[in-house]
Design a protein around this ligand. Structure first.
Ligand SMILES: Nc1nc2c(ncn2[C@@H]2O[C@H](COP(=O)(O)OP(=O)(O)OP(=O)(O)O)[C@@H](O)[C@H]2O)c(=O)[nH]1
Ligand SMILES: [Mg+2]
Length: 295
């Protein structure tokens, strides 16, 4: 059978997680309209007729301002290095820029077949896309091109077919039925973080992490205590909101999604805690699961 590891790489907000979810046909990785949503390496396992493909969603590569950002970039770099096929996702509606150059300089994508996905073509002008493609053709002449609208699942089957063609023969890496390598606690934390990202505006969402303090699986409803970690005292009030409005809304939306995930009733209690400058603290990055452990 055809099998292997396929890294999905690119700048923040280009649609990488949407592509992973569309391919697996399940919401494995959270998606928001904010940059730097994904902070971990997230595997989605695709099973075809005579193939098993491990797609790897990665954090968007950016110029980092914190140790968190450096860890995130390093996750993307090591995923690219280890992959059998790489997928570079670009936003087709944006012209080639200096930050794309930064990405190509830092990514180790020369040693495996490369597919460049021009995503968001629904928002792009054909003439601009042609210019963009000409630039990539010049820089990476060996690469394969495909246009997609990931949010509509447009051309994702074609993308899977192209990946399958480029993969070597290999073993079944995941003999079971699981569709992701991430456990339920990880998914619960991500759901809560997604609701915070969607509820709050501007900079605060980037400063938060989620920590599950307690979870009683045997109880009905399942009792979950989780903390929303912020970086500064001033952010605590923003997360809680006037009269507790924001945190109530976050809690309600998160509980509903967690119940869907677990298919059980859930009681979710959220706390807000301050951990000064956690994004630059190695121990806290480790505790919150943001250290790049090469898997
Ligand atoms: N119009 C349009 N929007 C899209 C398309 N694909 C994804 N989006 C939207 O683009 C935004 C970012 O999508 P994500 O999948 O979170 O992007 P990402 O590359 O994983 O971002 P990071 O995790 O921050 O690196 C979301 O609002 C998506 O709904 C597309 O083909 N067309
Ligand atoms: Mg993402």
């Amino acid at each position: 059978m055809k099998s292997g590891f396929v890294a999905i790489l690119g700048h923040p907000n280009v649609g990488k997680s949407t592509i992973l979810n569309g391919i697996i046909n399940r919401k494995i990785s959270i998606v928001t309209d904010k940059s730097q949503t994904t902070r971990n390496i997230i595997r989605g396992i695709y099973r075809g007729e005579d193939s098993q493909i491990v797609f790897i969603d990665t954090p968007g590569i950016h110029k980092p301002h914190y140790k968190l950002g450096m860890e995130m970039n390093s996750m993307a770099y090591s995923s690219a290095h280890d992959a059998d096929v790489n997928i570079l996702v670009v936003d087709a509606s944006k012209p080639y820029s200096e930050s794309d150059e930064f990405l190509l300089e830092h990514l180790d994508i020369k040693n495996a077949p490369l597919i460049i996905v021009f995503n968001k073509i629904d928002q792009a002008r054909i003439t601009e896309v042609e210019k963009l493609k000409a630039t990539y053709k010049e820089k990476l002449p060996e690469s394969h091109f495909i246009d997609t609208v990931a949010s509509e699942r447009f051309n994702l089957e074609e993308l899977i077919a192209l990946v399958t063609k480029l993969l070597p023969e290999g073993p079944e890496y995941y003999p079971g039925e699981e569709v992701t390598d991430k456990d339920e606690i990880f998914q619960i934390k991500e759901i809560i973080r997604e609701k915070v990202l969607k509820t709050l505006r501007q900079e605060v969402p980037h400063s938060i992490a989620i920590y599950v303090d307690h979870i009683a699986w045997e109880e009905d409803p399942i009792n979950i205590h989780a903390s929303i970690i912020v970086e500064k005292d001033s952010q605590k009030g923003i997360v809680i909101g006037a009269g507790g409005r924001q945190i109530k809304e976050i809690g309600l939306k998160a509980r509903r999604s967690i119940e869907k995930l677990l298919n059980k009733h859930v009681y979710l209690e959220l706390f807000v805690k301050v951990q000064n400058d956690w994004r630059d603290n190695d121990d806290l990055l480790e505790l919150y699961g943001y250290k790049n452990k090469k898997q």
